[in-house]
Design a protein around this ligand. Structure first.
Ligand code: TYD
Length: 164
């Protein structure tokens, strides 16, 4: 898919509509192995800012009670970095750096998906009871969002990261 094709897509499309490349390295996104303390009483995973995530955590939020077939996201951030964890259940994260796209299926509480700034993302295929935990490098700021794909793509070109 060319960037021109993606620019013509409207926000709000379903994650399952995406036809993407293998999930390796796209957009500077990467899976992070989180520590696991296994215990017969139940397992424990922890995340420390500056260690498992390359930023200080300023905010935590989570998505839950997502109805079947719904998608979330559909935006990028100017500065914000995030780590996304399937704290329960599973879902897909589709990422796009303006050039390449990838789909990450998150289904373990001990994997995090790191998303750098200027990454378009959509989340979908949520399983029943899933919880999407997000650690973020900044507090909520609407001005940090690109909610329009064309605006995001132009910013990527301006940043010199993709050919015009
Ligand atoms: P948004 O990030 O747009 O979620 P999604 O892209 O999955 O739809 O957030 C949805 C709404 O929640 C939006 O009105 C802003 C608000 N919100 C906050 O107030 N604080 C937050 O930390 C987040 C993530 C969202």
């Amino acid at each position: 898919m060319t960037i021109a094709d993606r620019r013509s897509l409207v926000p709000g499309r379903r994650a399952t509509d995406w036809n993407v490349n293998p999930p390796q390295g796209t957009a500077g996104c990467r899976l992070v192995d989180l520590p696991r303390i296994t215990d017969p009483r139940g397992n424990l995973t922890f995340i420390e800012g500056g260690s498992q995530v390359p930023f200080d955590v300023a905010r935590v939020y989570y998505l839950y009670d997502v109805p079947g077939g719904e998608s979330r996201g559909g935006h990028a951030h100017r500065e914000l970095e995030q780590l996304i964890v399937a704290a329960a259940g599973s879902f897909d994260v589709l990422v796009d750096d303006g050039t390449d796209t990838a789909r990450f299926h998150l289904n373990r509480s001990y994997y995090g998906l790191y998303l750098p700034r200027l990454t378009w993302r959509e989340l979908g295929n949520f399983s029943t009871g899933s919880v999407c935990l997000v650690l973020a490098s900044q507090r909520y700021e609407e001005d940090d969002y690109y909610r329009d794909y064309a605006e995001f793509a132009a910013a990527r070109v301006a940043a010199g990261t993709v050919p015009a």
